[in-house]
Design a protein around this ligand. Structure first.
Ligand code: MLT
Length: 201
């Protein structure tokens, strides 16, 4: 997968996995990684799917309607890419925190839904429930921060709280942060994520 790896100053810190939104690329979230932890290594990945020229992490049939088969295939592809990258760049595979926005948050959530040890934690900006009706792995020891918008037309508040409770039922520790805004990624929610990260990791 097309990506950037920046080695951090402190190898004991988590590696931050950056996953952009639809139409973005691996450069988009680099400034956010710096605000979360400027000493951590960063692996920023570009989605392998193109929708009218816009990179994404998996196909969708319509807005908010995911191509489930492709979601499963792309989640596995990303999972294997993370394993390969840990060997190639020599970072601790057990200590990876995803930071995803929108479609990137959805594939990060999908990693947690499908693989017990894909991530140690995740900061999910405006995520949805990636798949309904499946049993999640035991996510004990995993920490998840969800940033949601009360007026988000793409990820409804109900869907955000449903995702929170699915993670909690799988034993993950979840914190949800609300903005009185829509789908946009705000400076305030990044600050809230940074506070959470400093408390938890
Ligand atoms: C998705 O397709 O993952 C969600 O609808 C969010 C987005 O617009 O990318």
């Amino acid at each position: 997968m097309k990506h950037i790896f920046n080695k951090g100053k402190d190898s004991t810190k988590p590696t931050l996995l950056l996953l952009h939104g639809t139409g973005g690329n691996e450069l988009d979230l680099l400034p956010i990684a710096g605000r979360i932890d400027d000493e951590a290594s960063v692996l920023s990945v570009r989605g392998n799917v193109l929708e009218n020229g816009m990179p994404r992490f998996f196909r969708r049939l319509a807005e908010g309607v995911f191509d489930e088969e492709d979601l499963i295939f792309r989640t596995k592809e990303l999972y294997e890419f993370l394993d390969d990258s840990a060997s190639k760049y020599d970072f601790n595979r057990e200590n990876m925190i995803a930071i995803g926005y929108s479609n990137g948050a959805n594939i990060a959530a999908s990693l947690l839904f499908h693989y017990q040890n894909a991530l140690k934690g995740a900061i999910l900006h405006h995520p949805m429930v990636p798949r309904k009706g499946i049993v999640l792995p035991d996510l004990s020891g995993k920490s998840v921060f969800i940033a949601a918008g009360k007026n988000d037309p793409i990820c409804s508040p109900m869907e955000s709280t449903e995702l929170q409770s699915l993670f909690e039922k799988a034993n993950a520790k979840v914190e949800i942060h609300w903005e009185n805004r829509g789908h946009q990624l705000t400076v305030d929610e990044v600050e809230a994520a940074a506070h959470w990260y400093r408390r938890v990791f």
